[in-house]
Every structure is written in structure tokens, then in C-alpha cells.
Design a protein around this ligand. Sequence first.
Ligand code: PLP
Length: 358
Amino acid sequence: MSINFREEIKDLQAYKPGKPIEDVKREYGLDEVIKLASNENPLGCSPKAIEAIKKACDNLALYPDGNATLLKEKIAEKLNIKPSQVLPSSGSDEMIDQISKTFIDKGDEIIMADITFPRYIATAKMMGGTPVIVPLKDWAYDLEGMLEAITDKTKIIWLCNPNNPTGTMFTKEKLINFLDKVPRDIVVVYDEAYNEYVTRDDYPKNSIELLDDYPNIIIMRTFSKVYGLASLRVGYTMASEEIISNINKIRGPFNVNTLAQVAAIASLEDDDFLRKSYELNKEGKEYLYKEFDSMGLKYAPSETNHIFVNVNKNGQEVFVELQKKGMIIRPMQDTWIRVSIGTMDQNKKFIKLLKEVI
Ligand SMILES: *Cc1c(COP(=O)(O)O)cnc(C)c1O
């Protein structure tokens, strides 16, 4: 007699995170290790968030506010929507999970790109859904291809704009044209984890306005990237009241912890930190582009805080060699790697070491 696990999880693999900085230091006897692997903010987070956390530390014995009322109100006020259209979560990761649990029945078809954020496919499989993969074109979303993939069985379409890991974006015009053609009983999840980093003005910066016209859209944002709060696990989602109230049914009672809630609220009050982060990222991106150009390396145009670059040498090997020298990046397929944009010192160090390795 043996235990039976659900059929749906048999072929799934556990997520393999990059090695923590401390492990790499120990393994290679290094004093300094720089991690440009997970698209974290090199400036840390807003000092206001740290102040708020310190205050909240006075009492950690109480459960958090399960409704995250103040955070919801803050977001709603800032974006001019109703608090009942907002749902905070323990990172966007948790929300991807919750959306899949809310909508996917066995056999439903779930349309997504390849390559894109890996949680979309993992949670689809977990729920017994059938992933329908539409390859990227020139490292960008093929929205026409995604429309063609729609069938009677389609339940969710995942859009990541700009995309992780390629950094590419599609325009507001293309998004609206796409939404106009998607039947209203199909849920379109619009993940904009890097919204705040986008520099191009044809990007749908104010996606919130789409909520009025498209009752089937779910917009996801996170505090992990430009706000620099990845360790706390907090993000938020916006959709119709009907969608939010249904996701709420499967949500764990205290999914966003108190420190995350207060830090997120304080972060929303610090536009200065946001601007500094944006500027630093822009400067770093231009520097890295220039260096890649002079090294003859091809890259996808990025509207995020990371660059998808072809190093003309096996990405896994380059990753290992860089790691030995104290630089952690993310190997992707073939000869491509993804590097997060760091401080200018970190970017310069990365280029120096990359030149040594390739
Ligand atoms: C980082 C990232 C997330 C997850 O963010 P968390 O809020 O830290 O869970 C979601 N989507 C994309 C595209 C990301 O890059």
C-alpha cells in the first residue's frame, strides 16, 4: 500500500531558486558576491517602509488584518478605484496560484507565451488545465497568435507586459485591439510586475482604466520589483468586484502579513524613491546596452530592470564561470542569459567579469 498523490502534480517540478549570496561566498571562498539574478531593486526599499516596519515590530503577537483594509484603501485612493476592486496578496506568485484555483476546471485550456513567467504553466498544470503555448516572436508576445489559439475550451489567457525574462513590451494600442477580440467569458490576466520601469510612452501605463471597459481583465502588480520589498511577499490585484469577491473565497485568512502591509502602504507614499529607482535603472540600461553593442552581443529591447542577452556561449557555462568570480546571473536557453540591472558599480563589475568569461 502506498500513498497516492494527485495525478496533476506527478510531472511537476519544484521551483529551483538561485543560490543565496551566502552559499556562493562559502562555496568559492569569496568576500564579495553580487546577485543580479532575480530582478531585485539594487537600492533596497524606501526608508519610509523600514520606519513603518520598525513601528509595527512593537507587537508581532497579533494576527494581521486579514482584509488588509488600510492597504486596499491606500491603493484605491491612489488609483481612483473602489477598495472592493483591489485584493492584496502574498506576492503576485500567490495571486497566480489563487487565480488558477478560482477559474481552472480540469480540461480547460490556458493560453500563455513561451518564454514567459513560469508560474503560469505550473499552476495551470496543477489544476488539471491544458497549457496552450504560443511562442514569442522576436522575443515579444505574439498577440495575433494568441487570439488564433482561442477555442471553446479557453478559460484564461496570461499576458506579461513587459515580459519576464525577455524584457520586451507591447503597446497600449495592441493591448486594446487584443482585448476587443477576446470573448468576454475568457479571463485575461495582465501581469505588469515591471510597469513602473517602462520608459516608452506607447505603453499602457494607466492600465487601470481598462477595468471599466473589460470586465474580464485581472491586473496584477507587485511590491517586489521597483518597490524593493521582495523579502516581505506583497503584491496586489485589481479586477471587477465580482472577480475579486470570488478570488476572496479561496484566499487564506491572513495571507498578507502585518509588516508587508505597513511597508507597502509607506512605499506608496514615497514617490521620490520610485523616481530614483527608475532613473538608476534607465542609466544602467543605457550603459549595459552600450557595452553589449561594443562587445557585439545581441539583446532584446528591455522595458524592465533586466536584460535578456545573447552571450554567444552556453548560458549555463557562463553562469557557472561568473558565479566562481562572485557574480550571480540567470542562465536562460542556449546562449542567452538574463541579467538584472544593478547599481552602476555592479553593472561595471558585471561587464568586466563577463569580458573575462566570454
Ligand atoms: C517577479 C515577478 C512576479 C512575482 O512577484 P512576487 O510579487 O514577488 O511574487 C510575478 N510576475 C512577474 C512577471 C515577475 O517578474
